[in-house]
Design a protein around this ligand. Structure first.
Ligand SMILES: Nc1ncnc2c1ncn2[C@@H]1O[C@H](COP(=O)(O)OP(=O)(O)OP(=O)(O)O)[C@@H](O)[C@H]1O
Length: 303
C-alpha cells in the first residue's frame, strides 16, 4: 500500500540556505493494509520528516514514495492533494495545538463535511459522525458541543482520529500521538490503534519510545541519523537485535515484568555487540542492508 524506496531528504539550512542538513538517508520501508509499522528513533533521527513526506507536506530530495502504486511526490495542485488526504491522514503529538480554540468539536468535524461531502444529507452526516466517534470510543453527546479546552488530551487525540476516520482513510500517520498523554490514556489510544488495524487500516506509528513500539506494531523500523539501523518483524527485532544501536536502545527499556535474577542472568550471558560495516562515505548513495533473518535487516554504522 505504502512503499518508500531509497528516500533521502536534505534540508537547506543556514544563511541564504547555503548549508545542507541530511535528515533522511536512503530509507526503504513498506506499510500494508492492517499493518502497524513503528518508526522508532531518538530526537532528530528523521522520523517526523519521514512522516511529513508520506503526508505530502514536504518533498524528498530523492527516492520514491508510492501510495497504492502512485508516486506521492508527483501529486500537485489543491484538488489532487485533497484527494490524497481523503485516503492518507496524519495525527500529531500535540492535540491541543491541532484545534482552533474557538471551534466546538462539532464544527471541527463539519469542516470535513463541507470540504469532502457537501452533498451528504444532515441525517447521513449525523450517522457518520456518530459512527466515527463511537469507533474511537467517544460519546457524541459528551463531546460534540464542547470547546477544545473542555476536553482532555486523550479525548482530543481521539477526536482527531475520528475526524480522519470520517474520510474512510486507508493509511494513518500517527506521529508521537501518545507522548503527551498520561499512562492510562496512552493505553486507551494504543488499544484504539490496534482496533483500527483490525479494521484494515495501515498505520505508520512514529515514536521515540521503544517500549510503546512493541505494544501495537507488527514491524519495527529503527532509525539512526536518518538511516535505517534495523528493521523487521517486531518480534524478531526485539528478541534478537543485531545492530549495536538497537541493542543500546533495548537495554534502556525498563523490564518491569522481570525479576532482578532474570536481568542478572541476561547480563551474564550478554553477547558482545555485533560488528556492522561502516556506512559508505557517499551520503547521497545507497546504504547497504544485510538480511539476518526472514524480513529482518540490519543497516550500516552511521558513525
Ligand atoms: N524544516 C526544516 N528545516 C531544516 N532542518 C530541519 C527541518 N525539519 C527538521 N529539520 C532537521 O532535520 C533533522 C530531523 O528532524 P525530524 O524532526 O525529522 O526528527 P525527529 O526524529 O522527528 O525528531 P523529534 O523526535 O525531536 O521530533 C533534525 O536535525 C532537524 O533539526
Amino acid at each position: 500500500m505504502l512503499e518508500l524506496s531509497h528516500v533521502h531528504k536534505v534540508y537547506r539550512v543556514g544563511a541564504f540556505g547555503g548549508g545542507r542538513l541530511r535528515a533522511v538517508r536512503d530509507v526503504g520501508l513498506t506499510v500494508e493494509p492492517g499493518e502497524v509499522v513503528s518508526l522508532i528513533g531518538e530526537s532528530g533521527s528523521g522520523k517526523s520528516t519521514l512522516g511529513r513526506m508520506v503526508l505530502g507536506l514536504t518533498r524528498p530530495t530523492s527516492g520514491r514514495i508510492a501510495f497504492e502504486g502512485a508516486d506521492v511526490t508527483a501529486i500537485k495542485g489543491f484538488r489532487a492533494k485533497k484527494e490524497y488526504h481523503r485516503k492518507v491522514q496524519g495525527v500529531f503529538q500535540d492535540p491541543f495545538s491541532s484545534f482552533n480554540p474557538i471551534f466546538k468539536a462539532e464544527r471541527v468535524l463539519s469542516m470535513i463535511r463541507s470540504s469532502y461531502f457537501p452533498g451528504v444529507s444532515d441525517a447521513d452526516w449525523r450517522d457518520r459522525v456518530t459512527d466515527s466517534l463511537r469507533t474511537v470510543r467517544l460519546d457524541p453527546d459528551a463531546v460534540l458541543g464542547k470547546y477544545p479546552h473542555q476536553l482532555s488530551g486523550g479525548q482530543l487525540q481521539r477526536l482527531l482520529i475520528a475526524r480522519a476516520l470520517l474520510l474512510d482513510i486507508r493509511l494513518l500517520v500517527a506521529d508521537e500521538v501518545i507522548s503527551m498523554l498520561d499512562a492510562s490514556t496512552r493505553i486507551d489510544v494504543l488499544n484504539l490503534l490496534a482496533d483500527l488495524k483490525e479494521r484494515g487500516l495501515g498505520i505508520l506509528f512514529v515514536t521515540h519510545d521503544l517500549s510503546l513500539g512493541t505494544y501495537v506494531s507488527d514491524t519495527t523500523v529503527i532509525l539512526r541519523k536518518g538511516a535505517v539501523a534495523e528493521k523487521g518483524p517486531t518480534r524478531a527485532v526485539f528478541a534478537d537485535p543485531r545492530h549495536p544501536y538497537s541493542r543500546h536502545l533495548l537495554s534502556c527499556v525498563p523490564r518491569l515484568h522481570r525479576t532482578w535474577a532474570e536481568v542478572d542472568a541476561d547480563l551474564d550471558r550478554e553477547r558482545p555487540d555485533p560488528v556492522v560495516p561502516p556506512a559508505p562515505a557517499d551520503e547521497d548513495g545507497p546504504v547497504p542492508m544485510t538480511e539476518v533473518g526472514e524480513g529482518h535487516f540490519v543497516g550500516a554504522d552511521q558513525g
